[in-house]
Design a protein around this ligand. Structure first.
Ligand SMILES: [Zn+2]
Ligand SMILES: [Zn+2]
Length: 437
């Protein structure tokens, strides 16, 4: 009798174990079976969104399409967050943690030159200039992928152990001058005030090998701090420089001196940094020394100590160099929208890798270099552990060295790589909710 009971209990525990194990497999299997029909919709959504891109904080039509889709799925949808943002929460039938998934929605002031049948012909005004508008960063793919993930996860709502917050974010590329926007404003407007997720996932398409996933643990993308300096001197005839306080000469010296911060003041063994001057404006003709020069640029860092040091040294150099020449200076540092380091939680990164490897295989999962580009996903992953990765969307036979990158008017997305994005976000969500990540 004792023996029989023991056998039965071992048998039952085996069945129980296989049921627990198979919940994830069952749900991921369901996605595989429905993937072809789901991807037809995802691709159609992407082409539509691609054809009608909108600039940052102006994603009205895109947001309306997203909101309608989420509403049709039966979700309660919040709109107009941080201008045009859309958020919905899917509550699973069983209690558990919350996963946030984020897609950015904005296009860029770039005139599309891909020649695709669904290429954008949209135009808008940017900084007072008429411009073409294009999804040159691939955010059309991010929106369509997340709409597909929302559709699939809603279909398995009864089997979800926890909840999922879908975040469709405006203005990742930066709000127009004088406006707030993006992830930071969504947080300021309280999207995580009542319900804070346990984890946040996001992806970005890029011109890497077809269907590949690239990631980096820790500080994966740089903090970006735009800066502006106004140098005020004294105007004079170009033939009589001794009558002037020449702000152009001060700007030359400042630009040189800034580079000595990188080469002589920073311990670059800790982490790299970049100071770039992006624009210098001063003067109107060859024989007038002007009274004012405006200089703008950007700083990229991966470490808050190094960032603070650069801020201190730049201000010091700007003030001292101006003083030596008898000029005055105003320093705006940072100037406008700045971004923190995009940090991938190191422990979380370790835990998601087996899941991603299952999807793309060992050969297509890369640990990438640090990126000196910045991402406002960083504001989300400052609040809760986050993982942000890159999805390669080149054509299958394309050489990544010769394809056009993000922000190019030729940036091209192969639809055949998008299922990897849908699977990756869906699998990470299911496995996190099931306590396997
Ligand atoms: Zn971009
Ligand atoms: Zn982007």
């Amino acid at each position: 009798m004792v023996k029989t009971t023991k056998i039965i209990s071992v048998f039952l525990s085996l069945i129980f174990a296989s049921l627990v194990l198979s919940n994830t497999e069952r749900l991921e299997g369901k996605l595989d079976r429905n993937l072809d029909s789901l991807m037809k919709k995802v691709v159609a959504w992407r082409h539509d969104i691609h054809q009608y891109p909108e600039l940052s904080n102006r994603e009205y039509k895109t947001a309306a399409k997203v909101a309608k889709h989420l509403t049709d799925l039966g979700l309660e949808v919040k709109t107009d967050i941080a201008h045009t943002g859309v958020v919905a929460i899917l509550e699973g039938d069983k209690p558990g943690p919350m996963v946030a998934l984020r897609a950015d929605m904005d296009g860029l002031p770039v005139e599309e030159m891909t020649g695709l049948p669904f290429a954008s012909k949209e135009r808008d005004t940017y900084n007072g200039q008429e411009v073409g508008v294009m999804h040159a960063c691939g955010h059309d793919a991010h929106v369509a992928i997340l709409m597909g993930v929302a559709e699939f996860l809603t279909s398995i709502q009864k089997d979800l152990t926890g909840s999922v917050m879908f975040i469709f974010q405006p203005a990742e590329e930066g709000p127009p001058v004088g406006e707030g926007g993006g992830a930071q404003l969504m947080l300021e407007e309280g999207i995580w005030k009542d319900k804070k997720p346990d984890v946040v996932f996001g992806l970005h398409v890029t011109n890497a090998p077809h269907g590949s996933i690239a990631y980096r643990e820790g500080a994966s993308m740089a903090a970006a701090d735009p800066w502006k300096i106004i140098i005020k001197g004294r105007q004079a005839h170009g033939s009589r420089p001794w009558d002037s306080v020449d702000p152009i000469m001060v700007a030359f010296q400042m630009g040189n001196n800034f580079q000595t911060i990188i080469s002589r003041k920073l311990d670059l063994r800790e982490s790299p940094a970049v100071i770039s001057v992006g624009s210098i404006h001063g003067g109107v003709r060859s024989n007038i020394i002007p009274d004012v020069v405006e200089m703008e640029g950007t700083i990229r860092t991966f470490d808050s100590g190094i960032r603070d040091k650069i801020f201190f040294e730049m201000r010091n150099i700007a003030e001292s160099t101006a003083k030596m020449a008898g000029a005055s200076v105003e320093v705006f540092l940072p100037n406008g929208q700045n971004y923190p380091v995009t940090y991938n939680d190191e422990d979380l990164t370790k835990r998601v890798l087996p899941s991603l490897k299952k999807i793309v295989g060992e050969d297509l999962l890369y640990r990438s270099e640090r990126t000196t580009g910045a991402e406002d996903f960083s504001f989300f992953s400052q609040e809760v552990p986050g993982f942000y990765f890159f999805l390669g969307v080149n054509k299958t036979d394309a050489d990544p060295l010769t394809t056009s990158g993000n922000h190019s008017p030729f940036f091209y997305i192969d639809d055949g790589a998008l299922p990897v994005g849908v699977k990756a976000l869906s699998h990470l969500t299911i496995e996190y909710l099931n306590g396997e990540i």
